[in-house]
Design a protein around this ligand. Structure first.
Ligand SMILES: Nc1nc2c(c(=O)[nH]1)N[C@@H](CN(C=O)c1ccc(C(=O)N[C@@H](CCC(=O)O)C(=O)O)cc1)CN2
Length: 299
């Protein structure tokens, strides 16, 4: 029997509903409105789509959305001046700069400029360090979304073998830390890992985040494993000229026959990224005002 398809789109809609309820209570009881500022540098078409989706969903849950679009050749000093202004603005509880940024800018320096308490992407060294130490910070959105899906699907993960393929700061490392906190035995595999297929076959939980379309084949998957696909590769559509199609890192159709559950692409992990960004903004707002944090929306 084919494994369960984990519906990230529906789960993300449910998370946004919980956030909207909490935001409505914050406004009614405390007169506080969470605010998210998104900075977009340049005109990358995919980034424009993501930033528009962030704006729409921020407004839909009742938060304030502040969009800042800067030209592709903006000097670093001007970008930093804007971030400093947002850091000091009490109506802004979350700040992010959409990635990728143009080549003359450095993503790490940009993240480092953001106040860690407002770093709702959870990418600063302060937030990465807090996560690694098991302390309260803000957790990177896509790993947090995967954790929510896994908790919902599996319940307790204690003692399970988890393999994360990919070691990026944005995803692989924080995902590994989150699974460790769930008491999994964690392996972070990468491009130099020997016999990757064999390592993956050990996994009760297999998380693929390498950006290589359909790399994880059915014979890499332990029967009954839960498989989370974080990859997104856009290819020309094989049947519809002029159209494109998204592929994940997992050979979905065949892996589904082996796994107990798998996330599709699109409609799996992707929608959770923005839902968790909103969750982090709400958390940051509650902390800034000394109010109770939302339950079930943090690590
Ligand atoms: N500052 C950041 N930049 C980027 C991040 C990030 O988390 N922080 N992640 C990605 C882009 N991203 C959000 O910013 C993002 C990617 C994908 C999706 C999504 O819902 N994907 C859909 C498919 C959408 C499509 O058709 O293209 C899915 O998988 O179902 C949401 C947000 C890079 N930059």
């Amino acid at each position: 029997m084919a494994g369960t398809v984990i519906d990230g789109k529906a789960f993300a809609a449910d998370v946004r509903g919980q956030i909207a309820d909490h935001v409505a209570r914050l406004k009614a009881d405390h007169g506080v409105t969470p605010g998210l500022a998104v900075v977009l540098v340049g005109e990358d078409p995919a980034s424009e789509v993501y930033v528009a989706a962030k704006h729409r969903q921020t407004v839909e849950v009742g938060m304030a959305s502040f969009e800042h679009k800067l030209p592709a050749d903006v000097p670093e000093a001007d970008l930093f001046a804007l971030i400093d202004q947002l850091n000091a603005d009490p109506s802004v509880h979350g700040i992010l700069c959409q990635f990728p940024v143009p080549d003359h800018l450095n993503e790490r320096s940009v993240v480092a400029r953001i106040d860690p308490a407002k770093d709702v992407d959870g990418l600063s060294v302060v937030n990465a360090g807090l996560l690694a130490s098991g302390e309260k910070g803000l957790v990177s959105c896509t790993p947090l979304g995967c954790l929510m899906l896994l908790r919902d699907q599996i319940g307790s993960m204690s003692g399970m073998e988890a393999v994360v393929v990919g070691r990026s700061n944005l995803f692989g490392k924080p995902m590994g830390q989150l699974l460790l906190q769930e008491n999994c035995t964690v392996t972070i595999a990468h491009s130099r890992t020997k016999d990757l297929a064999e390592v993956c076959r050990r996994a009760d939980i297999l998380v693929a985040a390498v950006g290589r379309a359909e790399m994880v084949q059915a014979d890499w998957v332990k029967p009954g494993a839960t498989v989370i696909d974080v990859g997104i590769t856009r290819i020309p559509h094989p049947d519809k000229p002029g159209k494109t199609k998204l592929l994940g890192d997992v050979a979905y159709e065949t892996v589904r026959e082996v796994a107990s559950a798998v996330t599709p692409v699109p409609g799996g992990v992707g929608p959770m990224t923005i839902a968790c960004l909103l969750a982090n903004t709400l958390t940051a707002c509650c902390r800034a005002h000394g109010l109770e944090e939302p339950k079930g929306l943090t690590a």
